[in-house]
Design a binder for this molecule. Structure first.
Ligand SMILES: Cc1ncc(COP(=O)(O)O)c(C=O)c1O
Length: 479
């Protein structure tokens, strides 16, 4: 079937063919790996919840000389000469992001989600700790502080507390955990989920926040299959005098696509929001921050606070992706991501799989493969991969197998929904997953080794290939 997307992809075919031919003459391994990656992606049932397929216009926008320019600073306020074109793309990206999310201000320079979170944390520290200190000491600039005052300020930065979702409940390392710089900057306390329901227990969270009195309350997750009530989170933050920071890296596409509205939309409630652009939002690899007036100026100092020179080519691609997300078709896409996740979850439940929280109402489905199949997440992940199903293992609340082997498999619907999968295809996908895992057995007491009968692997591979053939990736693109 010829759709506008197919026509665009077909028009890009000679462009990519020629570009790869030229690259091949300089470094053939790179050209070969780029071609191979397309074949691999086309041939796999990608259920990694944090991945997607950006459009060819978005991808092509990244491959230009906008990458060659240094542009530290912000629009019309650069530390380098000759930045007018970077100004144009950065302003366009920010304008689209503000309109898309109904945000007061957007800062589109962060290179990734981690960077966006760091910009957010330091903007909050700068605004709520540094600025009042400078005012109290009558200093205009950090360089005006004496050595002792500066050291006292540095200690104060380091004494702040954050509260974020625990890792096994679905939180992210950047929410104050020790292996990330956020854990080295802040003292941290986690909130978990209710042991019975698997859902956030807002009363328990409120009680814990009252006791701990965090400086920043972090909402957001990587593996929680449910929506969050941001109005309640804000009321908790206000009650304890905390700043509400929402990391919507995972579910930004559902916010942009108006699936999360009212209390489920973080933007009206958070002081600062950070996000990636490449997950459910389907843009280039990168990040951005949205702010309320109090934090706008501090957020804009992300470079040089924690970022190097902005990536002009990626900001340009963000502008294209945000423009795409403002089209009505993106709202249809986002709605499909959520209904497809329900179909996948129901398909798995019907086939006897235990799901954390018993289902989903976002884009994530989290399987408990330990209690469902007697497997670790690692065994299940590899058995599924053998059959051409790409997922990732993930901890589940109170995980008996720890963070490395885990007891869970996390699935997400954004990527396959971009290929055109609907409810029926996700039900079939549920059947393929259950078929593989039911027939996979742990080897002895090993948490890593497993066996799946070769016949099952072959059958599932061929059924997955049939399914994928109906929904080609980048239809019309020929290399
Ligand atoms: C909630 C959340 N925040 C931040 C990040 C970091 O994003 P990036 O990998 O782009 O740095 C992730 C990515 O996994 C995430 O899930």
């Amino acid at each position: 079937m010829t759709t506008p997307e197919t026509e665009i992809n077909a028009a890009f075919s000679p462009v990519y063919q020629q570009a790869l031919g030229l690259i091949e003459q300089i470094e053939p391994r790179v050209a070969a790996a780029t071609r191979q990656e397309l074949s691999d992606q086309r041939a796999s049932l990608k259920l990694i919840a944090s991945e997607n397929y950006a459009s060819l216009p978005v991808l092509a926008t990244m491959g230009t000389w906008l990458s060659d320019k240094y542009a530290e600073g912000t629009v019309d306020h650069r530390f380098y000469a000759g930045c007018r074109n970077i100004d144009t793309v950065e302003a366009a990206a920010a304008e689209h992001a503000e309109a898309l999310f109904g945000a007061h201000h957007a800062y589109v320079q962060p290179h990734s989600g981690i960077d966006a979170n760091l910009v957010a944390y330091w903007a909050i520290l700068s605004q709520r700790i540094e600025s009042p200190t400078l005012a109290r000491l009558g200093a205009k600039n950090l360089n005006d502080l004496s050595h002792d005052d500066w050291e006292a300020l540095r200690r104060e930065f380091n004494q702040q507390r954050v509260m974020g979702m625990s890792l096994d409940a679905g939180g992210h390392l950047t929410h104050g955990f020790r292996h990330n710089i956020s854990g080295k900057m802040f003292e941290q306390r986690s909130y978990g989920t209710d042991p019975e329901t698997g859902l956030i227990d807002y009363d328990a969270l409120r009680a814990s926040a009252r006791e701990y009195r965090p400086f920043i309350l972090v909402a957001g997750y990587s593996a929680y299959p449910r929506r969050v009530n941001f109005a309640t989170m804000r009321s908790i933050a206000d009650e304890v005098g905390a700043v509400l920071f929402v990391d919507m890296a995972h579910f930004a596409g559902l916010v942009a696509g108006k699936v999360f509205q009212g209390d489920e939309d973080p933007v009206p409630f958070a002081h600062v929001v950070a996000s990636t652009t490449h997950k459910s939002l389907r843009g280039p690899r990168g990040g951005f921050v949205l702010s309320t007036p109090e934090f706008d100026a501090a957020v804009d100092k992300g470079c040089p606070m924690v970022l190097g020179g902005p990536l002009g080519h990626v900001m340009a691609a963000k502008a294209v992706a945000f423009a795409e997300a403002r089209r009505p078709s993106f709202q249809t896409y986002a709605a499909n991501v959520a209904t497809n996740a329900k179909s996948l979850a129901e398909g798995l439940l019907r086939r006897g799989v235990r799901l954390v929280t018993g289902g989903t109402d976002n884009h994530i489905v989290l399987l408990d493969v330990a209690s469902s199949f007697g497997l670790t997440g690692r065994q299940a992940e590899n058995a599924l991969l053998d059959a051409g199903i790409v997922t990732n293992r993930n901890s589940i609340p109170r995980d008996p197998h720890g963070a490395w082997y885990t007891s869970g498999i996390r699935l997400g619907t954004p990527a396959l929904t971009s290929r055109g999968f609907g409810a029926a295809e996700f039900d079939e996908t549920a059947d393929l997953i259950a078929t593989v895992l039911r027939q996979t057995a742990a080897q002895g007491t090993s948490q890593a080794k497993y066996t799946t009968p070769a016949k099952v692997v072959d059958q599932v591979q061929s059924r997955a290939a049939d399914l994928l053939a109906k929904y080609p990736l980048y239809p019309g693109l020929e290399l």
